[in-house]
Write a protein that binds this ligand. Structure first.
Ligand SMILES: Nc1ncnc2c1ncn2[C@@H]1O[C@H](COP(=O)(O)OP(=O)(O)OP(=O)(O)O)[C@@H](O)[C@H]1O
Ligand SMILES: N[C@@H](CCO)C(=O)O
Length: 335
């Protein structure tokens, strides 16, 4: 999160008057994150998170996200819950932006990722996929092939200023993925469902060594379930020096497959899906690098970290590069 929209004391006081959550004691902008404006708001009833939705969130999608958070919680997934106002409505307007108060989750996201975090993540991701299976609403992934195409075009002029030759790398990768992406151009698809689509370490909380909750469902959508795993491989399994940690990868995948067995086609597609995921975050980070408003309380994320990850997956020779040996994973279609 970040702070793009400042809220005045008068605006906040008028906003909170519509809720039955006590009086505001403090309200502080959260500098972490890059997408929406977020405040840690403490009232006489306890802590809450106040979110004002920014640039990348389509207000028309908000009922999907809020409904999903309620749906998942009802199936045992610990995640923030939208807090309704006195009139029962959770989605409101503050400082001219769509805004919601959600419950505060205890726990901390892991600053140093250990193999056991990846193991717990695998289990939680599979549980999330199972819990989302009967969510009745669908939302196409706006950051898949079509979205990438738009971002490649939008960053074409600035890309080489970030790294010479980057614009061509992006265009080539987009062309390659367009020719290979499952479910497109008559190619067979993979199992689909509700995916989180942004399950980075800063969106996963741990408490006393155990995974305690998931946050930030504002990219959630309907897409290939294995693509969510590919996003996590990128976000959790590379070390700070750029090395890919096969132990973390194996634990993530094996613990996922214990709860939701993967099909052989899903396993085989992982390197390709990881390329797509690397391109997605490379593109959004690059776009933000070139377009973040001056003065916003936000720390831009490094796009080139994801160029390195993309290179890794482009050069991967097989599943052994992901720490997998035959028989390591529970397969849905094993004889
Ligand atoms: N419900 C919550 N309970 C406790 N802390 C929260 C909650 N929601 C957000 N936070 C805090 O705010 C930080 C940023 O939140 P979040 O990841 O949702 O923002 P974002 O702008 O969507 O960021 P990004 O998409 O870059 O991950 C979290 O790392 C966490 O510290
Ligand atoms: N988690 C994303 C930000 C949200 O899109 C990133 O690290 O680039």
């Amino acid at each position: 999160m970040a702070v793009y929209t400042e809220v005045t004391d008068e605006e906040l006081r008028a906003f909170i008057a519509d809720y039955a959550i006590g009086d505001v004691i403090s309200c502080k902008g959260i500098a972490e994150g890059v997408e929406n404006s977020n405040y840690l708001m403490v009232t006489t009833e306890g802590p809450y998170i106040l979110t004002l939705y920014e640039k990348r969130v389509n207000p028309a999608d908000l009922p999907f996200f809020l409904g999903l958070m309620r749906h998942l919680a009802a199936r045992g997934i610990v995640c923030p819950q939208p807090v309704p106002g006195r009139d029962g409505v959770a989605l409101r307007v503050l400082a001219g932006r769509p805004a919601v108060i959600v419950t505060f989750l205890t726990g901390m996201w892991p600053r140093r990722i250990l193999p056991e975090h990846c193991a717990a993540l695998g289990t939680a991701l599979a549980q999330l996929h199972l819990a989302g299976a009967d969510y009745a609403v669908a939302r196409p992934n706006s950051l898949s092939l079509d979205g990438w195409r738009g971002l490649v075009a939008a960053t074409r002029e600035g890309a080489d200023g970030v790294k010479p030759g980057l614009a061509a790398v992006l265009a080539d990768e987009l062309a390659a993925l367009s020719a290979l992406w499952p479910g497109h151009g008559g190619r067979p698809g993979l199992p689909q469902g509700i995916i989180h689509a942004d399950l980075f370490p800063d969106n996963v909380f741990f408490r006393d060594g155990a995974l305690s909750g998931l946050i930030d469902f504002y990219f959630a959508c309907t897409d290939m379930l294995a693509y969510d795993l590919a996003i996590c491989l990128n976000a959790w399994c590379f070390e700070a020096d750029g090395a890919f940690n096969v132990t973390k990868s194996r634990l993530l995948l094996a613990n996922y497959a214990r709860v939701r067995p993967l099909s052989a086609a899903e396993v085989a597609a992982l390197p390709l899906l990881a390329r797509g995921s690397a391109l997605r975050f490379l593109l959004t980070r690059l776009y933000d690098w070139l377009n973040t408003p001056a003065g916003a309380l936000v720390k831009r994320k490094d796009p080139l970290e994801y160029l390195h990850k993309l290179r890794f997956h482009q050069q991967a020779r097989g599943l052994a590069d992901y720490g997998l040996a035959p028989g390591d994973l529970a397969l849905a279609d094993a004889p």
